[in-house]
Write a protein that binds this ligand. Structure first.
Ligand code: GZL
Length: 300
């Protein structure tokens, strides 16, 4: 398949990799795409075929099928949702093309992919929930969920829910904003129409939905960061700016710079080396003061 895998002939063959990205739904996604394209460069020995699936599962599966038909040496996927992968991953396995997952993961059995490099989404949700209990107990909470069925949204909800269990935080509502600014704005408008200023705590599964919600909160005459305490996940530049200027109150980082690890995994797998099935990249978290300190030095 492809140009002979890890370039054993002549040593200067490029490794052909098909990368099926979720889409371009958020600032996090742009940073992740940039990291992947940088790592899978010709200088690093790769011929990268890139597809962004516009956040649609069926388009992403079609992209993977097309990579199989092109006979690429390896496939990398940032799977939009956990389910629906068994068939196409089996086709890749039958074609002898190894699959590496980056960022989100899948519910399919582990023998259908070589390795996953990603984040501990449940811990991200737990860290956010623990901060909320510590600093906003007794609040009326609304939640902007990430893409329905994505491992990021599922696991963040699990972690956050466990952390606020037994606290005096009341969850008024929880709905998906699909990880986009527009989704966050629209759903927050709905929440404000329904609950008005009863809402005093917002947990958004990513910065972008939180940033969209800011518009709705201000349009309702409320002050974000004061009338409504806001906790988000990602720590991309625009989110950290909102945190530093007091519109957000706490952000849990989700590191998008996974390109180098994914490229190392592809090379190791094609060289027949044993690799870890799971590699978790560490995250950190930021208060308003910490964001102000690090804002200018953040790489994304
Ligand atoms: C998390 C990633 C999520 C980000 C969102 O690793 O899958 O998808 O939190 C992005 O910003 O849309």
């Amino acid at each position: 398949n492809g140009t002979g895998g890890n370039g054993e002939e002549g040593g200067d063959e490029l490794i052909t990799v098909g990368f099926a990205q979720t889409g371009s739904e958020s600032g996090w996604r742009s940073a992740n795409t940039e990291s992947m394209k940088e790592a899978f460069s010709k200088e690093n020995g790769f011929d990268l075929k890139f597809n962004a699936a516009d956040n649609k599962q069926e388009a992403q599966i079609a992209a993977v099928r097309s990579f199989i038909n092109q006979g690429v040496d390896a496939i990398v996927i940032a799977p939009i949702t956990v389910d629906g992968w068994d068939d196409v991953l089996t086709e890749a396995k039958d074609a002898g093309i190894p699959v590496i997952l980056e960022d989100r993961t899948v519910s399919a059995s582990e023998d259908l992919y070589a390795s996953w490099v990603g984040l501990d989404f449940e811990q991200e949700g737990k860290t956010a929930g623990e901060w909320a209990v510590e600093n906003a107990d007794g609040s009326n909470l609304v939640i902007l969920e990430g893409t329905t069925g994505s491992s990021a949204a599922l696991d963040r909800a699990t972690g956050f829910g466990a952390a606020i269990e037994g606290s005096d935080i009341t969850t008024l509502d929880s709905q998906t904003g699909d990880f986009t600014r527009d989704g966050g704005k629209k759903v927050m408008e709905g929440f404000l129409q329904k609950y008005g200023d009863d809402i005093n705590l917002l947990f958004a599964h990513n910065d972008d939905m939180g940033l969209g919600a800011l518009d709705a909160i201000k349009a309702a005459g409320l002050t974000p960061g004061k009338d409504i305490t806001i906790v988000t996940i990602d720590a991309v530049k625009d989110g950290m700016t909102a945190l530093a200027n007091g519109e957000f109150n706490f952000i849990v980082e989700c590191n998008p710079l996974l390109g180098e690890k994914a490229a190392d995994l592809v090379k190791a797998v094609l060289a027949g080396e044993d690799v870890e099935k799971k590699t978790i990249v560490p995250d950190q978290s930021f208060t308003q003061e910490q964001a102000a300190e690090v804002l200018d030095s953040r790489p994304y």
